[in-house]
Design a protein around this ligand. Sequence first.
Ligand SMILES: Cc1cc2nc3c(=O)[nH]c(=O)nc-3n(C[C@H](O)[C@H](O)[C@H](O)COP(=O)(O)OP(=O)(O)OC[C@H]3O[C@@H](n4cnc5c(N)ncnc54)[C@H](O)[C@@H]3O)c2cc1C
Length: 431
Amino acid sequence: MADTPKLRVAIIGAGIAGLAAAIALKHHEGIDVQIYERATALAEIGASIALGPNGMRTLDRLGVYNALDDSVAFRNISRHPMIYRQVMHYKTNEVVSTDSHQGDVEYRHLTARFYRAHLQEALLEHIDSSTIRLSKTFDSVVLDEEKDELRIKFADGTTATADLLLGADGINSAVRRFFAPTSAPTWTGWVAFRSVFPISHVEHISDLPDEACHFWGPDRTLFVSKLGKGLFTVVASHNSNPDLPDAEYKGAEWDSPGDVSVLRDYYRDWSPLVRSIVDAIPHTNVYPNRAGHGLDSWVLGGGRVTVAGDAAHAHGGAFAAGGSLALDDAWAFAQSILTVFPPDSSRKPSAADLQKALRLYEKTRKSHTDRVLETVHKGNRKRTERIGRRETDEELRARMKNREDVAWIHEHDVQFTFKNALSSLFDERRS
Ligand SMILES: Cc1cc2nc3c(=O)[nH]c(=O)nc-3n(C[C@H](O)[C@H](O)[C@H](O)COP(=O)(O)OP(=O)(O)OC[C@H]3O[C@@H](n4cnc5c(N)ncnc54)[C@H](O)[C@@H]3O)c2cc1C
């Protein structure tokens, strides 16, 4: 192994997918991973993010135990992933329906909520910081056939070489756009107002929920939850019809400062509990939700390039599934590489081996994430249809009770799917 040339893997983006993929490959002495990140620093950025049992199990599998710790991962004691409530003009706060884990989920894999920076820090603890190149914005990639390597160009004019490239550069992925220029996600009309602040701002509220709760009203929702390290999060929302030229928040910038007085106005008719939480929000940021369609293929650049996380499936964070999908992608990507290049291998994988690995990765992940995207687009269409049509209390309650059961997303078993994909690819080869 010491004399075998290393397989050079370039990862674009030091988000959740990129960091997890690097962690999953780091024990292989024959693989050199370099991460290229657009940001100038990996600063504390973002608000709250949830991981379902699938993402929690993948963190466990990757050995990222620090992220499973109660100090950063907030779980509902009741074991319900969330509690759906409706709060309307009669201000009941009553629990109309609950969701629950379907399978056998042990405590450390229960759905958890993180301050995104805590999750990112936990992942970063497992990465050699010298492998992360900051201020490197992906621009383009070509295959140098003579040298049999990829030449990656960055926006600052510098270049890097690699054998394989993973685009983990988020929802507006430049890697995905490079191969599929018309794949850019579009605004869904939904806007989230995310706030994270010390819990001391809301501790005076006598009936503050101990659990993560999702309040539903006829035209918007409010999500509240405790987070690790004494933090609290609120996610408020607004819906517009994205097709209208003068739609409110059309063109709003992602993660731009919002106005808390607007939120107080949105929720003025809601229950006293909701109003006291919204009144206590010290600041908020605006996150216009964007979603796109799946790629025809995840095997790009002649079998040398692929994508993971939001870059592969721009689902816009629906069902709070983005973090877990990114982790499962990262694990499946790494596992596919390790299949064609096991740690005891005495030769660097060929171009054909790499292509096979990417086909295995695609087979493991694409049909599942395509189904997630279909479900997301269906939900977005229904939400837009409801705009301007005031729901009755009965209709709202029915919508809450009959909402789609998405345990298949949160409890998806990537390991099982990987094994099936592996055997079906071998069956294809034999027949
Ligand atoms: C700053 C930030 C804050 C977020 N906040 C929240 C939040 O509060 N709640 C929530 O649910 N989700 C949030 N998200 C999205 C969430 O992290 C993802 O949906 C999910 O975790 C999937 O992760 P990902 O690794 O695919 O993408 P991301 O976590 O978005 O990571 C993508 C990474 O690629 C980098 N990048 C982008 N373009 C380029 C380029 N051209 N070249 C090099 N690097 C590039 C980005 O800077 C980023 O570090 C946030 C994402 C980011 C980047």
